[in-house]
Design a protein around this ligand. Structure first.
Ligand SMILES: [Zn+2]
Length: 353
């Protein structure tokens, strides 16, 4: 799935898997959950910018490099969206090509800069350096670390679903992650798993995510500044201070555009009663999924054991967290739980008799 619904689902499940292992990063994640979720999406998908401007409403529409003939809001005309920066007009394509690989580390680099990609053997060391720097250079608060842990779930999740990393067995309709099965993954994650099983309030959660503040540590881990810290000491290449203004402007657009997309996304994923009262999804999503009805999508997900693939995802991301903690002693000092509960404290402080 890999859009915001997928990445939030991965991050929520990874936190649960990490909590079951009592990993010392869990209290940090819980205290800064919206920054964790924001890192899990906007910490990586910096291509979250409008594709075009709807001329009727003036609003940004579409997503990144998508081609739009007319406005999805009004059906009216559109003009291409660009980011105005220092006298230049920067297109979504240029933003994607300049920044996507820098955020995703192990995938998504254009041929021109492929030598900057982080190898699979160095990937966890890179994350561990960033986590240490998040505490030492961007602390003493823990919010930047929560954001970095969210970003870790995205990089790992994308690596797994796009088969750059191994471990997910999924064959849903026509593969692991395809244009056709993506609406199925999104709808099942949104309704059956998100709302039904995990009890997520998607509207509130997506709103919190998009309102979480920009974290300067992102400029650091995307190497869009002078090298510094552990990361600068261990990874000498690819630092590009000239990209600071671009990334800072893009991170602000990412949040504004995600706030505009959230209600549209929730609307698109909602179900309405069909002629016989059966839950029916948006016809456009059915069309993309090869004409499957919502009932057929659920059956396909069931047959492919999609829920098991998501369980694997949570476990594998928790593995990555555990390996990063083993590499980074600053993470080993964090408290492993929330301390004694009220009942324990009451027993301790109730006078005898
Ligand atoms: Zn991504």
């Amino acid at each position: 799935m890999s859009g915001i619904i997928g990445h939030v689902t991965y991050a929520v499940l990874a936190e649960k898997a990490a909590a079951a292992r009592k990993l010392p990063v869990v209290p940090v994640i819980r205290r800064h959950f919206s920054s964790y979720l924001c890192g899990a999406y906007l910490g990586c998908d910096v291509q979250t910018v409008p594709a075009a401007i709807c001329l009727d409403t003036g609003e940004g529409v579409g997503h990144g490099t998508q081609k739009l003939e007319r406005s999805p809001l009004t059906g009216g005309p559109v003009k291409p969206w660009t980011l105005s920066l220092e006298g230049r007009e920067i297109t979504p394509r240029e933003i994607h090509e300049t920044l996507y690989g820098r955020a995703h580390l192990i995938l998504g680099w254009p041929a021109r800069t492929r030598e900057l990609a982080i190898g699979l053997g160095d990937f966890l060391d890179y994350l561990a350096d960033v986590a240490g720097d998040a505490l030492e250079l961007f602390g003493p608060g823990h919010r930047p670390l929560a954001y970095v842990l969210g970003w870790l779930t995205h990089v790992t999740g994308d690596g797994l679903i796009k088969s750059v990393l191994e471990g997910i067995n999924l064959d849903l309709i026509d593969g692991k992650y395809t244009a056709t099965n993506r609406p199925v993954q999104d709808l099942i994650s949104f309704h059956d798993i998100g709302r039904g099983e995990l009890g997520l309030d998607w509207r509130a959660l997506l709103d919190d995510l998009a309102r979480a503040p920009v974290e300067p540590v992102q400029v650091h881990y995307m190497r869009c500044r002078e090298p510094q810290g552990r990361l600068g000491a261990h990874f000498a290449d690819g630092w590009a201070p000239e990209l600071t203004p671009l990334l800072e402007a893009v991170m602000t657009v990412n949040r504004a555009h995600q706030r505009a997309r959230n209600p549209r996304l929730v609307r698109q994923l909602s179900l309405t009663p069909g002629p016989k009262g059966e839950p029916t999804c948006d016809p456009e999503l059915s069309r993309i999924a090869g004409g499957l009805s919502y009932r057929e999508m659920r059956e396909a997900a069931e047959r492919a054991d999609f829920r098991h693939a998501l369980w694997q995802m949570g476990e594998l991301i928790a593995d990555a967290m555990e390996k990063v903690i083993a590499r980074q002693e600053r993470l080993q000092d964090l408290p492993v739980d929330d301390g004694p509960d009220w009942e324990t404290l009451t027993r301790r402080w109730t006078p005898p008799g």
